[in-house]
Design a protein around this ligand. Structure first.
Ligand code: 13P
Ligand code: SF4
Length: 353
């Protein structure tokens, strides 16, 4: 493994997790009904990620939209007849939807909802770096800007990164991987591919600590450990299942264990509880005793998606994703390559429920 140390990568300080005013049941139902009416009037559909607020995930399903991982969110937009996609997640998800569906409008509750991986990989620096390794295939995680994708040969999500890198390894390709060093290191260990890793990380998954997880496992020896591969190696090494959000949800529904320790954003518990209400879910420990944890298994940018911000964007229609055509033309190529690969191999589809 070679982790690239130059160029200097920006340090990302996550914002505080947004606090939304609590609503009574009656207020919540009225708000949901108003959102539903806006969606109908605008011929719009909700495309939500598993890390968003549970009420919002439920509404997406109730109104004919989807709750899914990054790969399925991308695919759903291309299959939907709606003329307006409302992407509830972080900015790269909205950008991917727009890149794949330039004829549709794409709104997000808040365009400031970024991702530390995306921020760690500025397009100019990344492009210069790629220029130094012209003999490497450039493989970027979906959690990147449209401009970074425009510089890539392949885009991957955590659902499909392993088979795509295996395929490239079998072709004898060397890989320049960005931006998540933990996911990249995991893929490299699993495939034996020759990879250069950009030194980015997810501020949420980086909080999971191996020593604290070891202690928790001793308290719950009957629990299966589920880990998203954006987590550090010491955490991944203790996992029974390492996988994308969809793969972790399916593990809860399908494995015989009754108890699970889950190392990923806690927003995922909504779908896990929906599919397996009788199973016990335990959040994996973050940061250790006495530490001040800012993200604590709750992505602050995903937290910008709430019923309230969703209603506002449907009224104002002001948070619209725009991609310059010259970037879109290039970025669509590696994204479409991933979707074609997924279709050819039968990879994907969201957890049912
Ligand atoms: P998935 O594609 O597994 O849903 O992951 C997206 C993400 O941002 C995880 O932090
Ligand atoms: Fe990005 Fe991490 Fe948030 Fe996922 S959880 S969107 S990788 S900051």
């Amino acid at each position: 493994m070679t982790i690239l140390s130059a160029p200097p990568v920006p340090t990302i300080k996550p914002p505080p997790h947004p606090q939304w005013p609590s609503l009574s049941e009656g207020e919540k139902e009225a708000l949901k009904a108003r959102i539903q009416a806006h969606l109908q009037a605008l011929d719009a559909v909700l495309v939500a990620h598993y890390y968003t607020d549970g009420e919002l995930q439920a509404l997406a399903e109730e109104t004919g939209g989807i709750v899914a991982d990054s790969l399925e969110m991308a695919r759903f937009g291309t299959e939907s007849d709606a003329s307006l996609l409302v992407v509830c997640g972080v900015r790269f998800m909205g950008e991917t939807a727009k890149i794949l569906n330039p004829e549709k409008r794409v709104l997000m509750p808040n365009l400031d909802a970024t991702c530390s991986l995306d921020e760690s990989c500025p397009a100019g620096l990344f492009s210069q770096f790629c220029d130094q390794y012209p003999d490497h295939k450039v493989v970027v995680y979906a959690n990147t800007s449209a401009a970074v994708k425009a510089r890539a040969d392949w885009v991957v999500t955590s659902s499909i990164a392993l088979p795509i890198v295996e395929y490239l390894r079998d072709q004898g390709e060397k890989i320049l991987w960005a931006p998540d060093k933990h996911l990249g290191h995991y893929i490299e260990r699993m495939t034996g591919a020759e990879m250069l890793l950009w030194p980015g990380a997810c501020v949420v998954h980086e909080e999971f600590k191996g020593f604290a997880l070891e202690r928790l496992r001793r308290l719950h020896p009957d629990a299966a450990v589920l880990v998203h591969p954006e987590s550090p190696k010491e955490v991944i090494d203790q996992a029974d299942v390492v996988g994308s959000t969809t793969q972790l949800i399916k593990a809860v529904a399908e494995l015989p264990q009754r108890k699970f320790i889950v190392a990923t954003d806690e927003g995922i518990f909504w779908k896990m509880r929906q599919l397996a209400p009788d199973k016990t879910l335990i959040a994996a420990p973050t940061a250790g005793e006495g530490a001040t944890c800012e993200s604590c298994a709750n992505c602050p940018w995903m937290g910008m998606n709430a019923l309230q911000s969703l209603e506002q964007v449907l009224i104002r229609q002001d948070q619209e994703v725009q991609i310059p055509p010259e970037i879109r033309e290039k970025a669509v190529v590696p994204i479409q390559r991933m979707l074609d690969f997924a279709r050819a191999r039968g990879i994907g589809r969201p957890a049912k429920g």
